[in-house]
Ligand binder design. Structure first.
Ligand SMILES: Cc1cc2nc3c(=O)[nH]c(=O)nc-3n(C[C@H](O)[C@H](O)[C@H](O)COP(=O)(O)O)c2cc1C
Length: 352
């Protein structure tokens, strides 16, 4: 199938590929700006985005607010007219402030998952920022779009469906992942029907993008045939020169074998897909005491007394210390990547 540009309100996405947000420190300005420059949508992860600032250890929230502006401006400088936005997880502590800050700096889009972004429309009201929820089921898509229609008389500018083969947190139960893999195509068709229904209600198109395990052009074509407008991909963008993660981290991707890809328990209360290492071995039997709380998650998402480890600490370890001793999220197809590439080369390979 031919890849065609996607219209999202007044924006045109030349190549229908979104580079998924990757925290902490994996998708920042360089990766997002480069993807946008090459016609895709570049997404900066807001998760502890200011971790590199000396201010971070003392005042993480302040450092994050500052970094949102800096990272966006740097990404836009690389991107030219390309589309750059942010991924903000609903479970984030002070989620509303993060959204407002992204709007304030002029974000083209905000994509929000790890929960349902019920209040997102009122937080972006009056701005040009486009909004997209991440959903994993027809039920979630229906609940969210119905609520937005009732409360805010509006709908999503686009929709991301995240399937069970994605990297990072998964919107499925631990014991439901295999079943979800078998039935995902049917679910995708149902979610597309929901998007169509609300598109008709609001006399607009709601383009749908599929994420999770999309590896090559054949995969992209498959989702276009199901009715998607495009895809969101993350794992493949990690092994690019432009990816903001350190080279040790990328090396873990290059070394990963099929049997190294595991489903782990996250303190967020969701399963997550990651590469097996010393850290994943440790949490099988031990709780890792929290050295320092940097208030990443809202209180209803993190019970500081009972969590098996601190998610911020372990994600930070993998990009600032040693990827063997931290959490290295990756999609199910990570074992297939075996050489470094660049964003232009990858975009060319996927879009030709
Ligand atoms: C290293 C890594 C970090 C991620 N971090 C986030 C995140 O902070 N927020 C989020 O919504 N999704 C996150 N994801 C999910 C991706 O944005 C994307 O939807 C998913 O990985 C797509 O599947 P793929 O990696 O198989 O292409 C992450 C994925 C990876 C691999």
């Amino acid at each position: 199938m031919k890849l065609t540009p996607v219209t999202i309100g007044d924006l045109t996405l030349e190549v229908p590929i979104i580079q998924g947000g990757m925290g902490i420190g994996v998708s920042l300005s360089r990766l997002a700006g480069s993807v946008a420059k090459n016609g895709g949508m570049g997404i900066i992860s807001c998760a502890q985005i200011g971790f590199n600032d000396p201010l971070f250890e003392r005042a993480p929230f302040k450092a994050n607010m500052k970094a949102i502006k800096d990272q966006y401006e740097m990404a836009k400088t690389i991107a030219g007219n390309g589309i750059v936005g942010f991924n903000i997880m609903c479970a984030t502590f002070k989620y509303e402030k993060y959204v407002q800050r992204c709007v304030e700096v002029g974000a083209d889009v905000i994509i929000s998952g790890a929960g349902l972004p019920i209040h997102l429309p009122e937080l972006v009201a009056g701005s040009k920022t486009k909004i997209a929820p991440i959903v994993s089921s027809e039920k979630a898509a229906k609940v969210l779009l119905r609520t937005w229609a009732k409360r805010y008389t509006r709908t999503a500018d686009f929709l991301v469906i995240e399937g069970p083969e994605a990297g990072g947190h998964l919107g499925f139960k631990y014991d439901g992942i295999e079943n979800a893999i078998a039935n995902m195509d049917e679910e995708v068709k149902k979610i597309i029907a929901v998007a169509k229904e609300y598109g008709e209600k609001f006399q607009c198109e709601i383009p749908v993008f599929f994420a999770g395990g999309v590896y090559d052009r054949a995969d992209i074509d498959h989702y276009l045939e199901l009715g998607c407008a495009g895809v969101q991909m993350a794992t493949r963008f990690v092994v690019t020169e432009e990816c903001d993660a350190p080279s040790d981290y990328k090396q873990r991707y290059l070394n990963a074998k099929k049997e190294d890809v595991k489903i782990i328990k996250s303190p967020v209360g969701m399963p997550g897909r990651a590469i097996e290492n010393k850290f994943t071995e440790t949490i099988k039997t031990k709780q890792i005491p929290i050295a320092k709380c940097r208030s990443c998650l809202s209180y209803d998402h993190c019970d500081r007394k009972t969590i098996p480890y601190c998610i911020t600490e372990m994600l930070l370890n993998s990009v600032t210390e040693n990827p063997d001793c931290g959490l290295v999220f990756a999609g199910s197809n990570v074992f297939k990547v075996n050489e470094m590439t660049t964003v232009p080369a990858l975009m060319k390979e996927l879009s030709e």
